[in-house]
Design a protein around this ligand. Structure first.
Ligand SMILES: N[C@@H](CCC(=O)N[C@@H](CS)C(=O)NCC(=O)O)C(=O)O
Length: 207
């Protein structure tokens, strides 16, 4: 069985949502629920990052985009990745765009000291502010470049929809998009409401 290491309000929500779309059994291991769970994650992923997915054969996948591409290729009936080659290329481009431009900026905002040789408070604040501005700009570009590749409402959401819906929840990105890209913001809220995804997101972001 797939074993997903995660925690509430984390990128593991995207993988949990994708596993639900694949309709396959999986176990969710909350890495903060016990020292044993934290230790198990560290053994699988020395970066101690989530999502980390252990496959039924015991092998380990980290990196959200790689995990989503794995699930899309392994379970084609899920339509996580488009069948059409050109559309699939764009979906993979979008996944890599989100992790390299948006998710990475979140890592800087959450852990600015990792990126500073001298982590005084002024440097931390300066770096966090710059990363936040870059993050918001990156989402504007994503909205302009990829809206055509997102879920339109009558088919099932794909991997790109799921990752965009999760990573856009942090560091004020949704609030920024609400005013700067209202059409894309509405798109994200439509993905949130999809009947398969809504219960997953409610577990991660209870009101
Ligand atoms: N490149 C990774 C980033 C994953 C990541 O940063 N996850 C966060 C939680 S949303 C985390 O585990 N942070 C803890 C840390 O970096 O120490 C991916 O795309 O999956």
């Amino acid at each position: 069985m797939y074993q997903l290491y995660g925690h509430q309000n984390s990128g593991a929500a995207a993988i949990e949502a994708a596993l639900e779309l694949c309709e396959i059994p999986y176990r969710f291991i909350d890495v903060e629920s016990s020292p044993e769970a934290t230790h198990a994650l560290e053994k699988l992923n020395p970066l101690k990052q989530i999502p980390t997915l252990q496959l039924p054969d015991g092998s380990v996948l980290t990196e959200s985009a790689a995990i989503l591409i794995h699930l899309g290729l392994t379970f084609p009936q899920s339509n996580l990745l488009p069948n059409n080659t050109a559309a699939r290329d764009q979906a993979i481009r979008g996944l890599v765009y989100i992790v390299s431009n948006c998710y990475s900026a979140i890592g800087i905002i959450d852990y600015p000291e990792r990126w500073l040789a001298e982590a005084d408070e002024s440097s931390r604040q300066n770096l966090m502010a710059g990363a936040r501005a870059h993050l918001h700009r990156s989402w504007e570009v994503f909205a302009d470049q990829f809206s055509g590749d997102l879920y339109l409402g009558d088919e099932t959401p794909g991997a790109l929809d799921v990752l965009a819906a999760v990573v856009s929840r942090w560091a004020g990105s949704r609030e920024h998009l609400r005013s700067t890209r209202p059409g894309f913001f509405a798109w994200l809220t439509r993905i949130d409401r999809h009947p398969t995804l809504a219960p997953v997101f409610a577990r991660h972001w209870p009101d």
